[in-house]
Design a protein around this ligand. Structure first.
Ligand code: B3K
Ligand code: ZN
Length: 856
């Protein structure tokens, strides 16, 4: 393998030079874009060190210091740096580079997405546009002049406000933008293209009018309204909740089809994956609508948490990401059912973040060692990062937490800071010691709480003992005891005896004694998932039933059901013949008959997923796990058939609506369908629903059950679906995904065939993820098939993606590197593919880092 060396948090040093102003002129061209970068540079202190600028994948045309052009002997050039020595205290540095946007399939830096030029600079893409100190603690004021052909690129956009525009010879035109807020270069953006434009305005609470502009491909205007409405909701929410107002006169969002992740919060000019902008009633599911709103909110919230206050270095990524995810989760919870929103968050943490912690890439939310920064936009930094912010919110309470946020902005507006600075503001504003809590930032791994209890009838006291255990992680880190907030409820026979509150677990083992408890209560712990930990306490079925019905916290009611199912799935893994007790089904019968809202009922009825289970057990035999889940599901389906059918039918309405109740109704209806699809009438039900559907949620649910149950109608509905939606990129992504989920032994052949489909292109990350990713992540049965064909297929795709788009390759390798969760036979097969990959000689840094960790 090629040698790349990691960087360490402990080696951080402030920059030697400051760049205060950046004046860019960018003349766009498909293969020869010319970038002239004029910078005001000063030494940060008195020293004689050279200026070492980052730069990759471009041609250096010229370097000028003040008015003198440097000759080749006056600077040094390597693959990734430009060094200039003997510089004065203060000078103007002019650098001209040439870049090739069309050749840029990595989609980092300046590239072309179909007919649109766009940029992606976070984390280290700006160094592919010009030579620069590409690090977030170098903040400058940017002026950007873009020049391009007027006919093909009528819209030329960059950060800040438009200050000049005009015509040039040869059908060219230019626009100049100025962003008055100093920013790190990762927030720089440029877009050029021809769009349809949706405009609106928002008046901030201090009375300033902000122009809102949403740019989409021609023909997509009618699908951009939900995104605009979401933006306005986000702006209002941030004012109401955190007193944070937008600061520029214009806020632009551009949707592009080729994008490595969800979206990017560039100052004043967000660039979005079109998947998180475009939505209409016919082509988008309820989940799509939810996600568009959440991602729009997330990027908007970054304007304060990320842009106004940014990260000192990339090890601090969770400073902005954990906090912003927490903010978008709170926003979504306020816009929708808060319990259901919370359940969705928790499932991701338990299924995917816990798996990351158990795998070779385990890292703290503030990593200490990084080879390729793009590898650290992880579930740990984002989702666990958000859980850490949430725990502070739980420990401090809403008022003190908000006071902490206020103090954080008062102290650090306009600065590039660390996670320590954030915690210090929280601690100072609330007068709370968070020194033990801070280990959450430096410690990897998922803690386990081992709980035992004792009831003393003679004294009416109840004792609860919680022990922290910290399983070893791949990084071999030494563990500390953490400050873990544990919400608890004690559910007694007599409702009046119920108690609830918050326990602060700080010691290795701690006991709490509760008085006046007249009978042995059932403890419900970690209400609302108050900490990202695993819980180890033996509940019997009766206790779980009690919690499902009587816990005050909705999350606890849901979680008790999940525990009940997980218990049986575990038993079924070892004993598929196990006779399941009727009360498993009757617990769900109660759910169906309860008067909870339908969205919540739907969550209660869904069994733990393959990933959630896999993260909770050691050395999984995937075949046995898939079978166990399906036995339990079939049992429930059979026992409750008439209830499911009745509920299903009662929810089949012809009217389409999009309010919370209608969404909940569809969710519950489709969960019923999912169970009914295991029984006799499956084919007819699915086919019928497919034909009748007047919205994407129902249509997709129908073809999905046809795929995952390999129903007779499967091929027909797939043909019909493709006929109906060809040309609609986002819906065709769904079609590719459904193909990948087919529960059929020929699925790998099917997918290989689809790689040649005229609408498939591995260069498009959404497409690659829709087909290849969906198979590897979600078709657990065939991806993990014991003949190894699933692993081999992924290997072959990773070989291609490694050169085309290393970031996408690095995402899709995830299910392979987590081989330690599986039994020895599977581990061997998975490792063999990883070893083959590691022998490639052109491996990207992204894959090398993961392969090194996995094969270590
Ligand atoms: N900050 C970007 C992610 C950039 C990822 C770079 N590989 C989107 C977000 O979290 O809002
Ligand atoms: Zn973010």
């Amino acid at each position: 393998m090629t040698e790349f060396s990691p960087r360490y948090l402990k080696d951080y040093q402030a920059p030697d030079y400051k760049i205060s102003n950046v004046n860019l002129t960018i003349q766009l061209d498909d293969t020869k874009t010319i970038v002239t970068n004029v910078m005001d540079v000063t030494k940060a202190s008195e020293h004689q060190r050279a200026l070492v600028l980052d730069g990759e994948h471009m041609q250096l045309k010229s370097v000028m210091v003040n008015d003198t052009k440097l000759d080749r002997s006056q600077y040094q050039l390597s693959d990734s740096t430009l060094s200039i020595a003997n510089l004065p205290e203060q000078f103007i540095l002019t650098i001209t580079t040439e870049i090739n946007p069309v050749a840029n399939t990595a989609l980092e830096g300046l590239y072309k997405s179909a007919d649109v030029y766009c940029t992606q600079c976070e984390a280290e893409g700006f160094r592919r546009i010009t030579y620069f100190l590409d690090r977030p603690d170098v903040m400058a004021i940017y002026t950007t002049k873009i020049i391009a052909d007027k006919t093909s690129f009528p819209f030329l956009l960059a950060n800040g406000n438009k200050i000049e525009q005009g015509e040039l010879a040869n059908n060219l035109h230019f626009v100049t933008w100025h962003d008055p807020f100093p920013k790190p270069c990762y927030l720089f953006a440029l877009v050029a293209g021809d769009f349809e434009l949706l405009t609106d305005t928002f008046t901030t609470k201090s009375g300033r009018e902000v122009n809102l502009e949403l740019f989409v491909d021609k023909g997509n205007l009618s699908r951009s309204e939900h995104a605009m409405a979401s933006l306005k909701k986000s702006m209002l929410w941030d004012e109401q909740q955190f007193n944070l107002e937008y600061d520029l006169d214009i806020y632009m969002i551009v949707a592009v089809d080729f994008f490595n992740m969800g979206a990017m919060e560039n100052k004043g000019l967000n660039v979005f994956n079109s998947k998180f902008v475009l939505a209409d009633d016919l082509s988008a599911t309820d989940d799509d609508f939810f996600n568009v709103e959440a991602v729009i909110a997330h990027e908007y919230f970054h304007n304060w948490t990320g842009n106004r206050v940014t990260c000192r270095d990339w090890f601090q990524l969770s400073l902005k990401e954990g906090l912003t995810v927490f903010r978008d989760q709170q926003f979504s919870a306020d816009m929708h059912s808060s319990a259901v929103t919370r359940i969705k968050n928790v499932k991701i943490v338990r299924a995917q973040q816990f798996a990351e912690d158990a795998g070779p890439m385990a890292h703290p939310i503030r990593p200490e060692k990084v080879m390729e920064m793009n590898n650290f936009y992880t579930l740990t930094v984002y989702e666990k990062g958000s859980e850490v912010i949430r725990m502070m919110h739980t420990i401090l309470g809403d008022d003190a937490f908000k006071a902490g946020i206020e103090l954080y902005f008062e102290r650090h507006d306009g600065q590039a800071v660390t996670c320590d600075d954030f915690v210090a503001a929280m601690s100072d504003a609330s007068n709370t010691c968070l020194s033990q809590f801070k280990y959450w930032y430096s410690q990897s791994g998922t803690p386990v709480l081992i709980v035992s209890d004792d009831y003393h009838e003679e004294t009416n006291t109840y004792q609860l003992t919680i022990e922290q255990s910290h399983p070893q992680t791949h990084d071999k880190q030494e563990k500390q005891n953490l400050h873990i907030p544990v919400n608890f409820e004690l559910i007694s026979n007599d409702e009046n005896d119920n108690q609830q509150g918050l326990l602060h677990c700080k010691q290795q083992k701690q006991t709490w004694t509760f008085e006046n408890v007249s009978s042995k209560p059932v403890p419900a712990l970690l209400g609302n998932f108050s900490a990202p930990v695993k819980l180890n306490y033996h509940y019997d079925d009766q206790a779980l039933n009690t919690l499902m019905v009587n816990a005050a916290d909705e999350f606890n009611r849901w979680d008790a059901g999940q525990k009940l199912f997980a218990g049986y799935i575990k038993q079924l893994i070892n004993n598929p013949e196990l006779e399941l007790p009727l009360q498993v089904a009757s617990a769900l019968e109660q759910v169906l008959l309860s008067n909870a809202d339908n969205a919540f009922k739907a969550e209660q009825l869904v069994l733990p997923s393959f990933d959630e289970m896999a993260a909770a057990i050691d050395e999984v035999n995937s075949g046995a796990l898939v079978r166990a889940i399906s036995i339990l599901k079939r049992f429930i389906a059979q026992q409750l058939q008439s209830h499911f059918l009745h509920t299903y039918q009662s929810l089949c309405t012809s009217e389409f609506a999009k309010d919370g109740q209608a969404i909940g109704n569809r969710a519950l209806k489709n969960v019923c369908l999912d169970y009914l699809a295991l029984l006799d009438s499956a084919n007819e039900l699915a086919l019928n629903q497919f034909k009748q559907a007047n919205n994407m949620t129902d249509q997709l649910a129908a073809i999905k059950v046809a795929a995952v149950n390999d129903l007779r109608c499967f091929e027909d509905v797939m043909v019909e679906f493709a006929r109906q939606w060809q040309g609609n990129t986002l819906v065709m992504d769904k079609w590719f995904t459904i193909n990948a989920l087919h529960n059929n032994e020929n699925v790998v052949q099917r997918i290989i065939g689809l790689l040649e489909h005229p609408e498939f292109s591995i260069d498009n990350p959404n497409r690659a993820r829709a087909l290849i990713g969906a198979f590897a992540f979600y078709n657990s049965k065939y991806f993990h098939h014991q003949d190894g064909s699933g692993y081999e297929f992924l290997f072959a795709q990773l070989v291609k993606l490694n050169t085309i788009n290393p970031q996408v390759a690095s995402r899709l390798i995830t299910p392979l590197i987590q081989f330690k969760s599986f039994d020895k036979t599977q581990q061997k097969l998975m490792k063999a593919e990883l070893e083959k990959l590691s022998r490639l000689d052109n491996l990207s840094r992204d894959l090398i880092e993961k392969l090194d960790a996995a094969l270590q």
